[in-house]
Design a protein around this ligand. Structure first.
Ligand code: AMP
Length: 208
């Protein structure tokens, strides 16, 4: 968990490698649906473009089918889900039916002004999803992904006005989840302000 731009996607790559668990990002699944013009993608697009949340019913149905895929049976890391208390409750019910549970909810904490600075300069590869930064982590060739040579772009929802809206959605709808997981004794907090490697060591030492 954490505001947009906290570093959830950036940290997920190495954590997934270290623990060989499925990385399930609702944002990535939705963007893939938009790209391949599915019914879900068509329904979700206008919410995503506006920086608003896609309705819970669509997200919960999508996650029910994703969590039943083979690669999730040995453990998984959720990224960008749940984002509302209704999603968290539905997730707990779903996992109980599957004989599973969430071990921990990790909150990466970052202030709003840092989020705005980071996201307005964030760039992503539209082919492989690699994340860059126009100031701090540029591609070797302008606009071309170092990993796969795909096109590196700015996400439409990383425009400043959309970021401000996403932050207010986060504070109103997602921040109450901290209470939900704190009461369940599952909340772990990590300072997301340091360098990527420092945040990663905190995450990794939590697991041990
Ligand atoms: P992200 O890549 O996690 O920042 O997600 C991008 C966009 O996808 C969000 O701004 C929402 O419009 C939508 N989205 C992703 N995850 C969820 C979720 N759990 N609930 C509702 N909308 C979501």
């Amino acid at each position: 968990m954490g505001p947009p731009g906290a570093g959830k996607g950036t940290q997920a790559g190495p954590v997934k490698k270290a623990y060989k668990m499925a990385h399930i990002s609702t944002g990535d699944i939705l963007r893939e649906n938009v790209r391949s013009c599915t019914e879900l993608g068509a329904a979700a697009k206008r919410y995503m473009d506006a920086g608003s949340l896609v309705p819970d019913s669509l997200i919960i149905e999508m996650m029910e089918s994703r969590l039943n895929e083979e690669d999730a049976s040995e453990g998984f890391m959720l990224d960008g889900f749940p984002r509302t208390v209704a999603q968290a409750t539905a997730l707990d019910e779903l996992l109980e039916k599957m004989g599973s549970r969430i071990d921990a909810a990790i909150l990466i904490e970052v202030d709003d002004d840092v989020v705005i600075r980071r996201l307005t300069s964030r760039r992503v590869c539209s082919a492989c999803g690699a994340i860059y930064n126009a100031i701090a982590h540029k591609t070797k060739v302008d606009g071309v992904c170092d990993n796969c040579s795909g096109p590196v772009i700015q996400r439409d929802d990383d425009a400043e006005s959309v970021i401000r809206h996403r932050l207010s959605v986060y504070h109103d709808e997602t921040a109450p989840l901290m209470d939900y997981y704190e009461k369940a004794g599952k909340l772990r907090r990590v300072d997301g302000l340091g360098p990527v490697d420092g945040v990663l060591s905190c995450l990794v030492s939590m697991k041990n």
